[in-house]
Design a binder for this molecule. Structure first.
Ligand code: IPD
Length: 305
């Protein structure tokens, strides 16, 4: 029921803020020189896990299962240990957690890292909590109740005027896309094609084929979760990435949808004018997110009552 989901939301929000504090404390200990980074490589030298990822996941997992023993728990670090290779989401009430998204940033003490807590009912993300403690940003959303920054500012942020989404992608946008963890040097492989499309979008070269050409900016924050939060805010216009896992995007999808944006598991269409697209299906790996069109003026950016 709505009241039950509200209770779960309040619990998730506190949990996200407490987990965020743990991330910040771990970063502060390293900044003070007391503690060294304890990291392990997974698939290659850019795919790393730290002791902090594991400790924070254990904290979140224990807290959830104490409170909701019947709920299913899907977490990045538990999964990496290889318990299952199957599709992770089914119709049971499920928590989908990344204890530390942006692990490489955290390892470098770069600020773009966060904890991401998603909750699904019947495979649909209905609660999304993201806490980026160094940035002092907590994003929270629950289905049909909007998306919020630090619990007070409704998303998307009010911009005046609200820039229209370009009729042809992605000219004039801030476009965000991550480099991913597969850095193999394969001619015409994914990475090579990605680099080429960045160049085409960010330069006049892209104008040649009538596509892209001169986005205002290309961004790669190093956190898929924060990318989605910033599209929800409206600061980024488009985010696209192949290779994400459920825990990278679950909370962010709820946030973006509640902020009036679109997210789909599809290739970028030629035209990003909010044409109907299939809804995102968790586990699709490939995600395209587009910010709200800006036709809901009056609602966005207002203070909570
Ligand atoms: C990763 C980050 C990165 C994205 C990867 C994610 P992690 O998550 O979000 O930006 O490119 O797809 O797996 O490993 O830092 O939790």
């Amino acid at each position: 029921s709505d009241a039950e989901i509200e209770q779960v939301y309040q619990f998730a929000l506190e949990l996200g803020k407490n987990a965020g504090k743990l991330l910040l404390e771990a970063a502060q200990k390293r900044m003070s020189g007391d503690v060294q980074l304890d990291e392990v490589e997974k698939l290659n030298s850019v795919d790393i896990v730290t002791k902090t990822d594991e400790e924070v996941e254990a904290f979140i997992r224990t807290s959830i299962l104490e409170k909701y023993p019947d709920h299913k728990f899907v977490g990045e670090e538990s999964y990496s240990k290889g318990s299952s290779k199957e599709y992770l989401i089914d119709d049971s009430p499920t928590w989908c957690i990344d204890p530390l998204d942006g692990t490489v940033n955290f390892a470098h003490l770069s600020p773009f890292y966060c904890v991401s807590i998603g909750f699904l009912v019947q495979s649909q993300p209905v609660i999304g909590i993201v806490c980026a403690p160094f940035l002092q940003q907590t994003f929270s959303a629950r289905r049909d109740h909007g998306a919020w920054l630090n619990e007070t500012v409704r998303l998307p942020l009010q911009r005046n005027p609200v820039p229209p989404l370009p009729p042809t992608a992605p000219k004039g946008c801030i476009f965000s896309c991550e480099w991913g963890k597969d850095r193999r040097d394969i001619p015409d492989g994914n990475l090579a094609r990605k680099v080429e499309s960045f160049v085409n979008m960010a330069t006049e070269l892209g104008g040649k084929g009538g596509k892209g050409g001169m986005v205002h900016g290309v961004r790669s924050l190093g956190s898929a979760t924060l990318d989605l939060c910033y599209v929800a805010m409206g600061g980024f216009d488009i985010w696209w990435e192949g290779g994400c896992w459920e825990w990278d995007v679950c909370a962010g999808i709820c946030l973006l949808q509640e902020a009036g944006g679109l997210v789909t598991t599809a290739n970028p269409p030629e035209d990003v004018d909010h044409a109907p697209v299939p809804p995102a299906k968790l586990g699709g790996r490939l995600y395209l997110a587009i910010r709200a069109a800006g036709d809901g003026e009056g609602e966005s950016g207002r203070e909570a009552q």
